[in-house]
Design a protein around this ligand. Structure first.
Ligand code: CMP
Length: 136
């Protein structure tokens, strides 16, 4: 079962730098929890101020991170993640996200995120580091 999951999800493993270096156990756990979703160009993933219920890993494509009044903050592509801040701070979405191209995203729901963070502190550490860079 876990071999199969590993095989199916190999493409995402190779694109997310953090996952490449992570323990097999953590990767398997994450793979069990992730769900895939496809977005078309211009489609909104969520708005600034929304309640955050998940974080997202970009498997394919690019997304724009936008302020409340739609000013561009950043563009993120393959191997990056977003939507982690609302989960960590338990606050509203700090920015909006819109698909810039056709995108395959892997969704990690809030409950699964909490579970993985509890069990694998190194996952939370990594997320914290990225949040610090983005906030700073
Ligand atoms: P969250 O606040 O949940 O929803 C908006 C997301 O945009 C946020 O999590 C981050 O993932 C992302 N984000 C916010 N600011 C930046 C930034 N300066 N650079 C890259 N991504 C950002």
């Amino acid at each position: 079962q876990s071999e199969l999951i590993f095989h199916i999800n190999k493409p995402i493993l190779e694109k997310v730098p953090f996952l490449k270096g992570a323990s097999r156990e953590l990767v398997e756990e994450l793979m069990n929890e992730l769900e895939t979703r496809v977005y078309v160009p211009g489609e909104r993933v969520f708005k600034a101020g929304d309640v955050g219920d998940a974080m997202y890993f970009i498997h394919k494509g690019q997304v724009d991170i936008l302020t409340k009044d739609d000013k561009l903050i950043a563009t993120l592509g393959e191997g990056f993640f977003f939507g982690e801040m609302a989960l960590i701070f338990e606050g509203p979405r700090t920015a909006g996200v819109v698909a810039k191209q056709f995108c395959d995203l892997y969704v990690l729901k809030k409950e699964s995120f909490a579970h993985v963070c509890d069990k694998y502190p190194e996952f939370l550490d990594h997320i914290h580091k990225v949040v610090q860079q983005r906030a700073g």
